[in-house]
Design a protein around this ligand. Structure first.
Ligand SMILES: CC(C)(COP(=O)(O)OP(=O)(O)OC[C@H]1O[C@@H](n2cnc3c(N)ncnc32)[C@H](O)[C@@H]1OP(=O)(O)O)[C@@H](O)C(=O)NCCC(=O)NCCSC(=O)/C=C/CCCCCCCCCCCCC(=O)O
Ligand SMILES: Cc1cc2nc3c(=O)[nH]c(=O)nc-3n(C[C@H](O)[C@H](O)[C@H](O)COP(=O)(O)OP(=O)(O)OC[C@H]3O[C@@H](n4cnc5c(N)ncnc54)[C@H](O)[C@@H]3O)c2cc1C
Length: 643
């Protein structure tokens, strides 16, 4: 099962080795973080990042090993932006010459980069960005400028205090004409003394949600006052500006400029499974340890994991962690394929890849953020302690619903793809994840044939249900859209329904990938049978949660929905005996979980009690302030009101 979760034996070995390397090195200790002030916290992060970089070089770690090392260090920091956005942006949008010049510097960290796209006034709307890059043919330069307060670059990670360079997205202006938003390599700080370069104002945007979590990252603000950069620092794979000031658009889609975001969105889906698996591991282990009520004749109380309500909240999240792991693997292969196609100037699958990365990023991050909070609640009061590991995990994770594409904005991109697919049905057979829309007749006419709860243990029945639900919602939106004279107005008016239809489409993808994984990639019987139970839990949980869609589209009867719910209860009983095995298969070490409740040895109460005394408030019995502020109250005998 560990290999099934890791994806391969090799992947398991790499991640396991890096997990142990980090867990066994005192430099990467995490428990003290919540007690540090902002400056100490940040300096501590810089220290760890420097030590990690030295490890990567001394041990000659591979790129994969380095990624896992950074993952298990488990601390947002400037290297995330450098490796996950700055380097990929140059790789994806730089010319051969630009890659030849900048990549060696970036890959040896002689320069440290960030990705500066979002501004105070615009994040989702990239075409609305206000920073300008005005071409000066006299000097063969671009003049970078922040014309308004809202044009200030705002949020880029690592930009406030660390990054020496940035990919800055700005409005390209030549002879007063606007030629779209493009990426520019801009140096921010001196490589000699790290001071901001002339014309640049740089700072941190301030503390963020959750103390010890994202405040290890210096998210910055940047303003330009007519800063000049050479013309060859505009990323020119997609579009070019000649020395004469002529603008040329290559025969590649403008959207390749957005390629870095697509790349990160697909990694974010994999990250969702990692984050959700952490929370589920903690909540599952604690639910086995925790006993409450149910004692018979002085015997042990009931383990809370044996309550059906606890199972109905926990096991769908366990199943979701596996579902997101598998769809993340699938999405990565889709992305790798589109990258290879782009090299050959084949853009045929770019729209679908955009829709899948956008939609699955939105689906998995929203479900994971909600899931981590549910896991905190599943642990009762102790889940609210920092030592449970859950509050910090939640605070660290939830911005994923906003960054790299705000989730609703992303689902609207899926809707745009689906509407376009439906409008082309007459003369273009949909393929890939939208292929089911090419079979609308049976999907619209045939209703569910399930007669018993057992009938739901059939992947074909489940797939047909999810295809019919999505098809009927998408086609329904298409039909209502057709009644609007102005398509854009119709899209805006129907956007709520369109987002719901997009979610149905993305859930179909996730369920379908889970089923495909079981049919084609999980060998043997034991593991396969266990994962089949989780696949059915995931699918029937979604069917139950969204049964309104299935009923409103007429595909399901209330009886069939009730049979699905009955089967779900039965499936929970099948998950229960393997619950610990499922979460142990994540191979999360105690260091990574950073949770007293989720300890591998289950020794919760003594360790919870021990952890309490480490709080600095327990350094003394009479803490500072008692004599000055409390004792006077106790002694004043003030009775301002009849008590
Ligand atoms: C897409 C928008 C919303 C709109 O764009 P716009 O230009 O206006 O286009 P439209 O008119 O809507 O569409 C025009 C057509 O273009 C198509 N299109 C749009 N986008 C794409 C695309 N990306 N690819 C392909 N095609 C695209 C669209 O479908 C239309 O086609 P058609 O005409 O219908 O045929 C756009 O504005 C947008 O994308 N907005 C969102 C902005 C955004 O996402 N910003 C992100 C900024 S960067 C950021 O947030 C960074 C965050 C840092 C987070 C941490 C980073 C690291 C994460 C992983 C870390 C792991 C490291 C540790 C290791 C470990 O833990 O494992
Ligand atoms: C922790 C963190 C790290 C970040 N790191 C970086 C970074 O390194 N580099 C970088 O460039 N950016 C970064 N960002 C910024 C991030 O990319 C943006 O915050 C994100 O893209 C969302 O954009 P926004 O803030 O403009 O949201 P908005 O779009 O303003 O969202 C506000 C509300 O408006 C709604 N909305 C917006 N447009 C529409 C529409 N057309 N239809 C319906 N509803 C709509 C949204 O659904 C949302 O409910 C980071 C953000 C965070 C939180």
């Amino acid at each position: 099962m560990k290999v099934a979760w890791a994806g391969s034996r090799e992947a398991f070995q790499v991640s396991d080795r890096m997990a142990k390397l980090v867990a066994n090195d005192p430099v990467f200790e995490k428990f003290s973080k919540p007690m540090l002030g902002r400056k100490e916290l940040f300096k501590n992060t810089l220290r760890k990042a420097a030590y990690a970089w030295k490890l990567i070089n001394d041990l000659r770690l591979t790129e994969e090993e380095a990624k896992w090392l950074r993952h298990y260090i488990d601390e947002p920091n400037y290297t995330d932006l450098h490796w996950e956005m700055f380097v990929p942006a140059i790789e994806g949008q730089g010319t051969k010459e630009q890659k030849k010049k900048w990549l060696p510097l970036a890959q040896t960290m002689q320069i440290i980069g960030t990705y500066a796209q979002t501004e105070l006034g615009h994040g989702s709307n990239v075409q609305g960005l206000e920073t300008t890059a005005t071409f000066d043919r006299q000097t063969d330069e671009f003049v970078m400028h922040s014309p308004t307060l809202t044009s200030s670059k705002w949020w880029p990670g690592g930009m406030a205090k660390v990054a020496t360079h940035a990919i800055v997205y700005a409005r390209l202006i030549i002879d007063g004409l606007f030629h779209g938003v493009h990426g520019f390599i801009v140096q921010l700080r001196s490589l000699e003394d790290h001071s901001p370069l002339p014309g640049l104002t740089l700072g941190d945007i301030g503390m963020k949600f959750g103390h010890g979590t994202y405040n290890t990252m210096d998210n910055g603000v940047l303003r330009f006052d007519h800063v000049r950069i050479p013309r060859n620092q505009m990323l020119m794979r997609v579009s070019q500006v000649t020395k004469e000031g002529k603008y040329a658009q290559s025969d590649v889609p403008r959207q390749l400029l957005y390629g870095t975001m697509v790349s990160v969105r697909q990694t974010i889906v994999a990250d969702a499974s990692k984050a959700l698996s952490r929370a589920v591991c903690i909540a599952t282990r604690y639910s086995v340890v925790r006993r409450q009520f149910g004692s018979r004749n002085g015997g042990p109380e009931t383990q809370v994991i044996d309550y059906k309500t606890q199972q109905s909240r926990l096991f769908p999240l366990l199943a979701s962690a596996y579902a997101f792991r598998f769809v993340g693997e699938w999405l990565k292969s889709l992305y790798i394929d589109v990258k290879q196609r782009l090299e050959a100037n084949d853009f045929s699958t770019l729209p679908e890849t955009h829709a899948c990365t956008a939609g699955l990023k939105a689906l998995t991050t929203a479900a994971t953020a909600d899931g981590i909070e549910e896991c905190r609640k599943l642990c009762g009061g102790h889940g609210y302690l920092i030592s449970s590991g859950l509050p910090e995990l939640f605070a660290f994770y939830v911005p994923a619903c906003s960054y790299e594409g705000e989730n609703v904005v992303m689902m609207l991109q899926v809707a745009r793809f689906l509407v376009k697919t439906v409008s082309n049905l007459g003369y273009k057979q949909p393929v890939g994840t939208a292929a089911y829309l090419g079979r609308v007749t049976p999907l619209l006419q045939n209703n569910c044939a399930v007669q018993t709860a057992e009938d739901w243990l059939n992947p074909d029945a489940i797939l047909e249900a999810f295809e019919a639900r999505a098809a009927r919602m998408v086609i329904g939106c298409g039909e209502r859209l057709a009644m609007f004279e102005n398509p854009e107005e119709g899209f805006a008016e129907l956007s709520i329904d369109l987002v719901e239809a997009s979610l149905a489409h993305c859930q179909l993808i996730t369920v379908s990938v889970f089923i495909q994984k079981l049919n084609h990639e999980i060998p043997g019987n034991g593991v396969k049978r266990s994962l089949e139970v989780l696949c059915y839990v995931y699918a029937l949980f979604l069917l139950h949660k969204h049964q309104g869609d299935f009923l409103a589209t007429g595909y399901l009867t209330p009886k069939q929905a009730s049979l699905a719910n009955e089967q779900l209860r039965t499936l929970y009983s099948k998950v229960r005996p393997n619950a610990i095995a499922f979460v142990d298969s994540f191979n999360h070490m105690d260091h990574y979980l950073c949770s007293v409740l989720g300890r591998y040895d289950g020794n919760v109460y003594p360790k919870l009690y021990e952890a309490a005394w480490k709080d600095p408030l327990n350094d003394s019995d009479i803490v500072d302030g008692i004599q000055q502020y409390v004792q006077p109250i106790l002694k004043q005998k003030l009775h301002y009101a009849k008590l």
